[in-house]
Design a protein around this ligand. Structure first.
Ligand code: PMP
Length: 393
């Protein structure tokens, strides 16, 4: 037995994946043409697996802001904010995020993954209880694990199951942290936030909502599901990422709790990693301005999502959830999903192949992500590829 023996099963799995000639988890986009187009294997390809929901990666004002920061502040911060200091941009972005949500304060982290890790590992420890939706993202699970919190899962998007488990906790319910997502990353379904808030009002507890896939997508100002439903006051912590609608990299948490600022001093994923580069901060600040003013972008995104969803449904594909920018087609077999993914790529459409353990209930998913930057013609070309590959009954 060597320390590498544990990789034998992974290596065998990878060989299986490579039988189709390209590893879906090691795709090279040789040239980025635009937010929705690239060259893959020498072929012009529509990118429909990017999470670039508003298409802001090529926004001229975001690029100009990033260029100015690069020129005047350099390529990187070369350290953590605790040890090496913050740049004014870090603090300004934190103030802008807090103002955007109408909350007291925010903390910026170096990625969305680190935002969950940094918040959860610090907020909850071995004497605390966490109730988390079973379909929560890996970063939420990992944050709870790092904090060694007592972690109880409740059935996905099931407020009754949440209520049952809170009731069982008795007096401890009031100190329990409830963890959910606004729009779930794998199937694109919306949290039953109103019902979950009702449960929280009845039993007490704290609520953290990860709006990674709903920021820029839902809400009058693009704040996400809590804003859309007018429930921001009922959410204790909103976590989000800069890597999707904001077209950058980084993450954040906003909250009204005064203790938020103390998290910085105790959070290892905040203290012991380099802060986001000036380029990232500058493009994200500009993207946040575009996002909050961007109701046209959200409208176009919604139209594209409804169009792709309804057309794939009409073709008879089993879809994971209601129309949202994440549209997942469910397969019952890994090899079929793998071949389908590759056939789409050969037809010039790049989507995501999602396999267990990343998926809920061991599902095999072909996951499309729609962008406001997709033209109607590109949506139709995606649909045409699905139509050509439609399995015959
Ligand atoms: N939360 C959720 C729900 C996500 O889907 C993701 C990324 N897919 C993250 C957090 C992590 O974000 P980042 O890519 O910025 O690390």
């Amino acid at each position: 037995m060597s320390i590498f023996s544990k990789f034998d099963a992974l290596a065998a799995n990878r060989r299986d994946l490579e039988t189709i000639g390209i590893n879906p988890f090691d795709v090279q986009i040789e040239t980025i043409v635009s937010p929705t187009e690239g060259i893959i294997q020498g072929r012009h390809t529509i990118l429909a697996g990017t999470n670039n929901y508003l298409g802001l990666t090529f926004d001229p004002e975001c690029i100009a802001a990033a260029q100015t920061a690069l020129r005047y502040e350099g390529t990187g911060t070369t350290g953590s904010r605790m040890a090496n200091g913050s740049y004014s941009g870090h603090r300004n972005l934190e103030k802008e995020l807090a103002a955007f949500y109408g909350k007291r304060d925010s903390i910026v982290f170096s990625t969305g993954y680190l935002a969950n890790l940094g918040m959860l590992s610090t907020l909850v420890g071995p004497n605390d209880r966490v109730l988390l939706d079973a379909d929560c993202h890996a970063s939420i699970y990992d944050g709870c694990r790092l904090g060694r919190a007592q972690t109880i899962r409740f059935r996905h998007n099931n407020p009754d199951d949440l209520a049952k488990r809170l009731q069982r906790l008795g007096e401890q319910a009031a100190d329990t942290l409830i963890l959910i997502e606004g729009v779930y990353s794998m199937l694109g379904d919306h949290a039953l936030l109103k019902e979950i808030v009702d449960v929280k009002r009845q039993y007490g507890g704290y609520l953290l909502v990860d709006e990674a896939h709903s920021l820029g997508v839902l809400g009058q100002h693009g704040g996400g599901l809590a804003e859309e439903l007018g429930l921001l006051d009922d959410v204790d912590f909103i976590v989000g990422t800069f890597s999707k609608s904001l077209g950058g990299a980084g993450g954040f948490c906003v909250s009204n709790h005064v203790e938020l600022d103390l998290i910085r001093y105790a959070s290892r994923p905040y203290v012991f990693t380099a802060s986001p580069s000036p380029v990232t901060i500058a493009s994200t600040r500009q993207a946040l301005r575009a996002l909050s003013a961007g109701s046209d972008l959200r409208k176009k995104l919604h139209e594209n999502a409804v169009s792709l969803h309804s057309k794939l449904e009409a073709l008879g594909y089993p879809l994971g959830a209601e129309a949202s920018p994440v549209i997942a087609v469910v397969f019952d077999d890994k090899i079929k999903a793998l071949q389908f993914w590759n056939n789409l790529l050969q037809l010039g459409v790049y989507v995501n192949l999602m396999l267990p353990p990343a998926t809920p209930n061991g599902m095999f998913l072909i996951r499309c992500s729609v962008s406001a930057a997709h033209t109607s013609e590109q949506i139709d070309r995606i649909v045409a590829a699905f139509e050509r590959l439609k399995p015959t009954a």
